[in-house]
Design a protein around this ligand. Structure first.
Ligand code: SF4
Ligand code: SF4
Ligand code: SF4
Length: 214
């Protein structure tokens, strides 16, 4: 019996790493799976899945791509990220960008990442106004260790992504970070305060060095 597009998409989604990283060019793993099932996209775009996932997708779809599309093929990828809490200004933008609720914190308080829940998608990096989020546990994505870790963590990542989508009541749309003028002003003020604080600390350190040199 012929399978429906939805059934094929669900089977394809089962093979994907569930990082929800958008490196394939789609808002989520499920969207990428659906695009393949509908014949709108080739299967060679899941960067973190590398050759392992490409082989799995080819087996299911009858595809023949031997390599990832070079535009979606990165050698080194992080398993998670860390926040430099001394620099964090508590703006909460990273929480809004995180597809799996892996960041803990609230407004004006420092934020931290649950490394167990973090998929390493790096979607929080570009939204941080003070650049205090860094990739962690970076390794070659085709290494057995990296791929075994993806396999082991995929069910939890999928569950967290769905829980978040249900909570937001927005399961068919990717999350978009707000960019209202008020939000931009709040962030600009916070950045200015953080810079002022940092310059003050550096200024004190220079004074101490000069005092010691005398
Ligand atoms: S893991 Fe990332 S690149 Fe692979 S299908 Fe999911 S969202 Fe796309
Ligand atoms: S903490 Fe950052 S890198 Fe980790 S899952 Fe959330 S958005 Fe992705
Ligand atoms: S985006 Fe950056 S500054 Fe804002 S809460 Fe997250 S880590 Fe802190």
């Amino acid at each position: 019996m012929r399978q429906s597009v939805e059934q094929v998409a669900a089977e394809l989604d089962e093979l994907l790493p569930q990082l929800q990283c958008q490196r394939c060019g789609y808002p989520s793993c499920a969207d990428f799976a659906e695009a393949i099932a509908r014949g709108r996209c080739r299967a060679n775009r899941c960067d973190p899945g590398g050759s392992r996932v490409l082989d799995d997708l080819n087996r299911l779809t009858g595809g023949t791509d031997g390599h990832l599309d070079p535009a979606h093929d990165t050698l080194l990828l992080p398993e998670s990220v860390i926040i430099d809490e001394s620099e964090c200004i508590g703006c909460t933008l990273c929480i809004k960008a995180c597809p799996v609720d892996a960041i803990i914190g609230s407004a004006k308080l420092m934020h931290t990442v649950s490394s167990l829940d973090c998929t390493g998608c790096e979607l929080c990096l570009p939204v941080c106004p003070v650049d205090c989020i860094y990739p962690s546990q970076t390794s070659e994505k085709d290494s057995p260790l990296f791929q075994e870790s993806l396999l082991a963590r995929a069910p939890d990542h999928r569950a967290h992504f769905r829980q978040r989508a249900e909570r937001l009541g927005n399961s068919d749309k990717p999350h978009r970070v707000g960019n209202s003028l008020a939000m931009k002003k709040t962030i600009a003020d916070s950045v200015a305060r953080a810079r002022g604080k940092r310059d003050h600390i550096r200024g004190n350190a220079v004074c101490r060095e000069k005092d010691t040199a005398r």
